[in-house]
Write a protein that binds this ligand. Sequence first.
Ligand SMILES: [Zn+2]
Length: 353
Amino acid sequence: MINFFKFIFIFIVYCNQAYSNELVNLRFGSNEEKKRIVLDLLEDVTFNHKIHGKKIEIDFKEKIKITKSFQIKNYLDSIDYNDKSNRLILNFKQSIFSTNVYLLKKKKNLHSRIVIDYSLKDKKKKTIIIDPGHGGKDSGAVGLYKNLEKNITLKVGLLLKEKFKKNTNYKVILTRDKDYFLTLRNRTKIAKKNNADIFISLHADYNKISKTRGISLYTLSEKASDKEAAALARRENRSDLIDGVDLSNQTSEVTSILLDLTKRDTLNQSSLLVNFLIKAFKNEMNLLQRTHRYAGFAVLKSLDIPSVLIEMGYLSNKYDSKLLMTDDYQKKLAEKIVKAVINYFNWKDQNNS
Ligand SMILES: [Zn+2]
């Protein structure tokens, strides 16, 4: 383990000036979320600091004496002190985020402390999983014009990825970017593995009643009690049967109140996202009555990732089917989804939820 530690010597240009303060210790602490570095000083200090990328610069109002060498740990790469400018520079191995640098004043018998808290994860950067439904041997619904659901979902998915690229606050990961088969379980696994903030599954619906048209949005319900929703859930979940795994009967093992609370919060967040989607769609696109529906889709079953399934229209309806094939409509759908997602995250930031 010795490789992980490094000893850094901070050389000081000899100076006649008397030091009134001294850096006596460097301490490190961390948990999964937050990393911490503490600088122990003999006396309280006044300083300014700047953070950029992988670097923190601390400008002291006075000279700081440093005679010891300190063990450098965690994500810190080096520490340099310039005795002429009184600047201490901390270089990190990677970019740091949510950084907070503050002084804890000296109390009885204790040192004065400069605390540096930081995180390695950019909280502002949101990870969005876009899941183009079906793919490969599973074509999904076949439209009136022989258009395949799997191709429409992929096209809108790729458009979404492209549109989000313009905004550096978002990272979009597609569960599939080509025409191949992917189990439902693997789709949610991708979301989990990438620490997704939200999951959006794209689909196009089919109904025996050909006049039925419009967009509908699904979030998870414990019981897909709604008859229509249950039928649809069976249809969508069947794609996993192709690989011999039926996820539709998988019961969630919600064993503790904590898990239940997480799930409840996730469902609330999913509903919030649905509201923003409806708002974005409503004036310019056709919405199915009772647009927000509840079903037991396997892809919506992530316990801690707000998930929404968008049925972008009915391939069994001649108007919807035609629209879903056009570039214009696909672009419009993507634009509205982007708008809704951005509004959702802005709302969350403002309301600290
Ligand atoms: Zn589908």
